[in-house]
Design a protein around this ligand. Sequence first.
Ligand code: BES
Ligand code: MN
Ligand code: ZN
Length: 497
Amino acid sequence: MDVELSSLRLEAVHRRAAAALVVLVAEGFEAGKDALSALIERALASGDLRHKPGSLLASYGVAGVKAERVLLASVQGGQPAAVRKAVAAATSSLRAGPAEAVVFCFAQEPQPGAVQAATLAAAEAAYVYLTTRGKSRAEAQPRLARAVIAVPRAAAVQAEFEQARATALGVEYAREWANRPANHATPTLLAGAAQDLARLRRVQCTVRGPREMARLGMGAFLAVAQGSAEEPRFIELRYNGAAKGTAPIVLVGKGVTFDTGGISLKPPAEMDEMKFDMSGAASVLGVFRALAELQPALNVVGLIAASENMPGGRAVKPGDVVTSMSGQTIEILNTDAEGRLVLCDALAYAERLKPRAVVDIATLTGACVIALGSVRSGMFASSDALAEALLAAGEQALDPCWRMPLDDEYAEGLKSNFADVANVAGRPAGAVTAAKFLQRFAGAFDWAHLDIAGTAWKGGKEKGATGRPVGLLLRYLLGQVPTPAPARRAKPAPARG
Ligand code: BES
Ligand code: MN
Ligand code: ZN
């Protein structure tokens, strides 16, 4: 969806032609003398519009209003979360209709974050997956293609809007790649998507295949890949927005393009959803799409460990011991705990980049879904400052996470009689023991791990990728841009006399 920002006061918006106009009304609304003010006042007085989440009132052909359809939507106190709900509700109600362009008008001055919320919600509700729809593609095609966000003073929210627009592009890119079926999103195709991004300004991409990975000593990653006919790819994206020597922030994405469990085969129910097991990788692609748009003064490296996890005659077996790039040997007791195996080698590689911080993003454990559901991503961090920054970024982006513990006692169960470490512990605290495994490979830098198993996609009727945590990651990264030192003021001229 194309979104633009425009300065337009409520008093003037009735003169604007539009297929659909959504007026966002907050508590404390003060009516002017215009046609829309009159409509809002009546609707509030009658109780047809209430300040309740998602409350909408649709009218058609309103006297004195040029727009064909008018939707009044309550945003309660005007908080970003309420704005998001209102815009999502309005967009889905319009999506089925014939309107192609919609104007979202803030009746009052928006709160900080409200324009971001509106922009993201409009783009989110307008996205429809089409790539493999075949003959049903035409019916699925949404008509809603353009949105205007109207505020009293556009200049005041221009920067917020630009960030949100870029985030929406990144979220859409991540959703699209995560949604594609595993046979349309193989490791090789993911590498192609990364190479496409390298056509954008300041973005570079290097792709390594199994021979180069073997040369690097990535024995854990290769063990996961060896059961598949599809070759793995180790993808390195770079965004160079700062001086050459500036230490990069590294994002590491789990890119298991399909997770059958391997020889420790998963049960059949909902196994199709394991095509989403590359959502961490997709979020890295999405972040780079947005970085290219925003061009911040940062160096960022994106590492994607892309592989299938398949059973087969060559597949790794429970009990096999492999040597990781770090030199640590790993006893693979359960081949379904493959995410940590591909990630541990990518983390060892990250150490070479002398990073400022490393954040890995992975649909790592079913246990995290049990712990936190689909509301918050699990967040583990070796540094309090990094944890605080990620927590705050999640709140601001409406893409929240929650910090989980890393006490050493949780690593007890990873002990092995046959290797330095086992790849699984018992059932208790499965999300934590997985993080403890990863932490062994992230000793040399500030590190955080986001377990997005519960947040990266929705199941059931609404099955599809969410694009999380692109919003969180981008917010975090933009918060790391050094603020320019305040311009030094010229010394005041000495008083004469
Ligand atoms: N990709 C899965 C995690 C997952 C499962 C995400 C269900 C979302 C929904 C991961 O590779 C996996 O299989 N983890 C195992 C670990 C276990 C064997 C220790 C799990 O969570 O069951
Ligand atoms: Mn698995
Ligand atoms: Zn997996």
